[in-house]
Design a protein. Structure first.
Length: 253
């Protein structure tokens, strides 16, 4: 995979969560989210327990509550969508503080907010305790199709390069007095987007030729051969196992 690329979401640390192998954490997050999604929306208490489990995981990882809450702001568009549901979903009506709301819409909003927030929180904890390069190695160990792993690797590696190229083009436009102020300027922006695509494509070709000249045959070498012990798997799966128990109780109670 080459050298690691630090990301703004990653917070270096030496907690037990940081030290877990990445493939263990990936499986744990996937299993946890699956249990959350499978829980009936009427089991409101279950989602409170899920939140407590994630809080315990964040505490074990040494993540401050403020950092976690700040990064949850990424789901604001989904929150806005959920808040509209009680007003637009047809069905039985109820009155809350003098406002007529749809009962199915209220349940739908709760469903989106609860499960979406828990899923995003689990992903934030994963991203905060695992480097991007380690996540790719984890996907590799989980036998994800190698082509998908390579595509993700190149996206991470060259995303900043393309972003920087776009920034330089923006600076060049502004230095020539250009300011996008209306629809009549969309043509210039479209041409800039086309130029950026061509430059990125050409850069990709040059990178591919350089890799081929160095012996690339379509597969990347496996740089991480270390597995995970039974204790590490047990520690990682404690969260989804508890969540599974809560899910079962949610259906039976």
């Amino acid at each position: 995979m080459g050298a690691g690329h630090a990301h703004a979401l990653y917070r270096p640390g030496d907690s037990p969560v940081h030290r877990l192998p990445p493939h263990c954490k990936l499986v744990a997050v996937l299993a946890f989210v699956t249990a959350v999604v499978a829980t009936p929306r009427e089991a409101v208490w279950a989602f409170g327990l899920y939140a407590a489990l994630l809080g315990a995981a964040a505490a074990a990882a040494g993540l401050p509550a403020g950092v976690l809450l700040k990064r949850l702001l990424i789901e604001v568009p989904f929150v806005a969508f959920a808040l509209l549901m009680p007003f637009v979903v047809p069905g039985e009506q109820t009155t809350v503080l003098g406002v007529r709301l749809s009962v199915p819409g209220l349940w739908g909003a709760w469903h989106v907010l609860a499960k979406g927030t828990l899923g995003v929180a689990a992903s934030v904890i994963l991203a905060s305790t695992t480097e991007l390069r380690a996540l790719l190695l984890g996907l590799q160990r989980l036998r994800l199709p190698p082509l998908l792993v390579q595509i993700a690797s190149f996206m991470i590696r060259y995303g900043d390069v393309v972003t920087d190229e776009m920034r330089r083009m923006s600076v060049a436009r502004r230095s020539r007095g250009f300011e996008a102020r209306g629809v009549r300027h969309w043509g210039v922006l479209a041409k800039s987007a086309g130029a950026l695509f061509i430059r990125s494509y050409e850069r990709g070709e040059r990178v591919h030729l350089a890799m081929v000249s160095r012996g690339y045959t379509g597969t990347m070498p496996v740089l991480d051969t270390a597995g995970a012990g039974r204790a590490q798997w047990s520690y990682a799966l404690a969260l989804p196992a508890t969540a599974l128990g809560v899910c079962v109780l949610g259906w039976t109670l």
